[in-house]
Ligand binder design. Structure first.
Ligand code: OGA
Ligand code: NI
Length: 315
């Protein structure tokens, strides 16, 4: 059995570039996930993000979470809970415009550090998209352009903590799903594990690794690559001890971006016969996803195939 792919980003600058590109390609084709080390984001910035996130959780979120759990009786459930996740979250938006100054309860230092962190992740996401273009044989900038719409990409961060859970078998930290968007960059706790992906019908751990960034492919990249890269199902298992921090940043198309398979990636012979993936406006996909997040992705794609060009006129 092969192990979870770890990519040393620094090696893209040297003699091992070709091998490293190949590793990224394999990870995209076979895992939908990989873990990046030496990605260029300063480790002391990551340490500060982690410290401030954990402080913020303890100060502003933890008590609220406990009250919520108690009010729903979730700490003493007897059967599987299918409509809730054992997580405490809040969101920041960076693009098309930042809302960091309006999000309540954050100290100034945290706001400033998250802005810096987001800017670096945005650049890393764009670098990764170009590496994907290279591996796919698409022209440089193709994916960035495909995401652009009229106002540029949407970029946001979900800050999550998964507190200790008395009954992880009955309540998931986060139920299985694929991510709706483009490319996702995750900075996760380096000690408390919990993230798993589905590979060959088995749940495989995404191992905690200090200062690494976990990258995964969302539904939009599956559509644009015509299924060459697939969004992979994942979930979070809460632990009985230890709170797991996870900071997931979603680099997604702009809301009015029109998403469709790259013409260069359509199988020539199948082109006229089968249409694997539809064409749609990203925000319409997100409306559907809001209702169907924890269900299989295929019906979401199918819904937009109702007519040749999906339920909306985009031509
Ligand atoms: C998500 C997600 C994983 C994690 O928010 O979509 O998969 O580890 N998060 O928090
Ligand atoms: Ni996810």
């Amino acid at each position: 059995m092969t192990t979870f792919p770890v990519i040393n980003f620094e090696k893209l600058n040297g003699e091992e570039r070709k091998d490293t590109m190949e590793k990224i390609k394999n990870a995209c084709e076979n895992w939908g996930f990989f873990e990046l080390v030496n990605h260029g984001i300063p480790h002391d910035l990551l340490d500060t993000v982690e410290r401030l996130t954990k402080e913020h959780y303890r100060k502003c979120m933890e008590e609220r979470f406990k009250e919520l759990i108690a009010s729903k009786g979730l700490d003493a459930v007897q059967s599987e809970v299918k409509d809730m996740d054992w997580e405490s979250t809040f969101h920041l938006r960076h693009l098309p415009e930042s809302n960091i100054s309006e999000v309540p309860d954050l100290i100034d230092e945290y706001r400033k550090v998250m802005k810096d962190f987001a800017l670096r992740l945005e650049k890393l996401a764009e670098q990764l998209l170009d590496l994907l273009c290279e591996n796919l044989g698409l022209e440089k900038g193709y994916l960035k352009k495909a995401f652009y719409g009229s106002r540029g990409p949407t970029f946001g961060t979900k800050i999550a903590n998964y507190p200790p859970c008395p009954n992880p078998a009955l309540v998931k930290g986060l139920r299985p799903h694929t991510d709706a968007g483009g490319i996702i960059l995750l900075f996760q706790d380096d000690k408390v594990s919990g993230l798993q992906l589905l590979k060959d019908d088995q749940w495989v751990d995404v191992p905690p690794m200090r200062h690494s960034i976990v990258v995964n492919i969302g539904d939009q990249l599956e559509v644009i690559t015509n299924g060459k890269y697939k969004s992979v199902e994942h979930r979070v298992i809460a632990q009985t001890d230890g709170t797991r921090m996870s900071i997931a940043s979603f680099y997604n198309p702009g809301s009015d971006a029109v998403i469709y398979p790259a013409p260069e990636l359509l199988e020539k012979e199948a082109e006229e016969k089968v249409q694997l993936y539809p064409k749609f406006v990203f925000e319409d996909y997100m409306k559907l996803y809001a209702e169907l997040k924890f269900q299989a992705k295929e019906p979401r794609f199918e819904a937009f195939k109702a007519s040749n060009f999906g339920p909306i006129a985009t031509a």
